[in-house]
Design a protein around this ligand. Structure first.
Ligand code: ADP
Ligand code: MG
Length: 264
């Protein structure tokens, strides 16, 4: 973890109500949470507990109803408007890769740079570098439909990293993948995180995935969402798949499973 004076992300009394045609929905009760520079934080909880809501607020996609949200020490919102400087610190990955089917893999990866006005040669060089980082080198000129689900998610991670944001936000990025691909992707994500030293906030409802990846797990309870438990996971890195068969790992998983059952 870095020595920055401020956390990478700071939620102070962040709350969310959604307006609906019926009664407003209280999705998240006032929540305080800091994410340290370089930390791998996992948001875990049952469906509907507000994980996506928190992530989308951090990503600047929806505005909090109350509280203060700082990214790299700067407010993300000011008078109902997003601060674009804070936004450039954030890259996002969703459950579906959302690649444009009419663009090649390298064009997809380079698209955020194109939108920022980076020259073609430079952005394609960067796309190739990122393809190697995420393990899809050789597939740069392919179409998204020619890649497997896991490889498309790798491309989505490369795209999110294209303008070198300090923070990577991931909402169930491997939720649509089969179990074996998912495990391979967890290993790859750990490697990418160790290489790039980004701050990561990852949402999952898989307990094992959370324990395998996280420096710290934030367990959320529903209706309205609130922080139930914060758990530090201090297995050394890099973590190997066999860690998951150890009694220490399984004990943490079991405790979390019991707590999840109690709060769901
Ligand atoms: N746009 C919306 N309008 C109304 N209610 C919403 C909206 N988005 C989410 N919710 C509600 O807010 C709560 C939290 O949702 P969400 O953050 O998606 O949970 P999670 O990602 O943990 O499954 C749920 O009760 C959900 O139904
Ligand atoms: Mg969600």
């Amino acid at each position: 973890m870095g020595t920055a004076a401020h956390p990478a992300i700071e939620l102070a009394g962040i709350e969310k109500w959604y307006g609906t045609r019926d009664a407003p929905v209280h999705a998240l009760a006032a929540t305080d949470l800091g994410v340290a520079e370089g930390e791998f934080l996992v948001l875990l909880g049952p469906s509907g507990c507000g994980k996506t809501t928190i992530l989308r607020m951090i990503g600047g996609l929806i505005e909090p109803t109350g509280g203060n949200l700082l990214v790299e020490g700067r407010p993300l919102w000011r008078d109902g408007a997003r601060e674009s400087a804070a936004l450039s610190d954030l890259g996002m990955v969703f459950q579906d890769a959302n690649l444009f089917p009419w663009l090649t893999i390298e064009q997809n990866v380079a698209l955020p740079l194109e939108l920022k006005g980076v020259a073609k040669a430079e952005r394609l060089a960067r796309a190739r570098e990122l393809a190697a980082l995420v393990g899809i080198q050789g597939f740069e000129r392919r179409w998204p439909r020619e890649l497997s689900g896991g490889m498309r998610q790798r491309a989505a991670i490369a795209r999110a990293l294209s303008y070198d944001p300090r923070i990577l936000l991931m909402d169930e990025p491997f939720g649509a993948l089969d179990a074996m691909t998912r495990e391979a992707m967890n290993l790859e994500l750990q490697r990418i995180w160790l290489e790039t030293q980004k701050t990561v906030v990852l949402v999952t409802h898989s307990i094992a995935e959370a324990v395998f990846l996280a420096d710290r797990i934030v367990l959320l309870s529903p209706r309205p969402g609130r922080i139930d438990t914060v758990l530090t996971v201090d297995f050394p890195r890099p973590r190997a798949p066999l860690l998951q068969s150890t009694p220490e790992f399984q004990a943490i998983v079991r405790n979390l499973r019991v707590r999840l059952a109690e709060i769901s």
